[in-house]
Design a protein around this ligand. Sequence first.
Ligand code: 8YV
Length: 319
Amino acid sequence: MKPSEKIDVVLIVPVHQATDDQLRSHYRVHEYFRVKDQGPDAQAAFFKALEHCEIAVTTGSSGIKAPLIDQLPSLRLIACFGVGVDGVDLGHARSRGISVTNTPDVLSDEVADFAIALLLASLRQLPQADRFVREGAWLKGPMPLSRSLQGKRVGIVGMGRIGQAIARRCEAFGVSLAYHGPRAKPALAYRYFDRLIELAQWCDCLIVACPGGADTAGLISREVMLALGPAGYLINISRGSVVDQPALVELLQTHGLAGAGLDVFVDEPQVPAALTVLPHVVLSPHVASASQETRSAMGQLTLDNVAAFVAGRPLLTAV
Ligand code: 8YV
């Protein structure tokens, strides 16, 4: 197909390279992220050329906000690469009759694996152990003892697809398990706490797996973290916005918490310098779903949703 015959797609932020390649082989891709910091003339020309563009591709966390949606008068589909759609102004998209898709299920096991990896890395101090060997500290004596996962109580905040995948893995470790969410799920055998603060009091390790967005902003408050207590560990593979980050930093600094394993932050890729110097924190750069296999599956689902839209077929995973 000649480029001029291809359907226009506006790419809001960069995505996974193989997905980007596929997108370009089928569609004419216009990169918003390259013009967004340019002057008004360049932006006006960009949007003028996209007056008839019906499709936007973005990530769920960067999303697309109302002012940008309104620069695209013909927009009918926002296809998100990712399960979370907290970056999309959903209310505005709905009011304009724009469909939104995401990539659920294909990443649940991967993200759950990573949550367990962060949990074990935090308790057993895996990055610290690696540094201990590399820096030659072992030659001077043994590494200080870590904490066991055995016999611990694990609380999960958000018992959706990813929360349930984490819970299944926790079962294999023989830990006690309970969860909190907006409502109990009677089909699940796990103990339910309708008050998050009580779950935090009960558990030793709190894993955050709920969606981001306005409904959960600051849910893991200072009060919740105080309830988790000085022997408690916080693991977050959800969104930085769910946790009161300044309070988390302060409690880690003052040993109000024993440790944390964090894949997500409030203002990514910015990570508070105060966190990076704490020895009892394990940090990762929002990579819970970032294996080659899972990113390919997410990309395929994103492309399949776009193809379904173009062909007039039902969307595979509409939000
Ligand atoms: C990705 C995610 O990091 O699926 C999500 O909601 O946060 C991640 O899988 C993101 O979508 C892509 O960069």
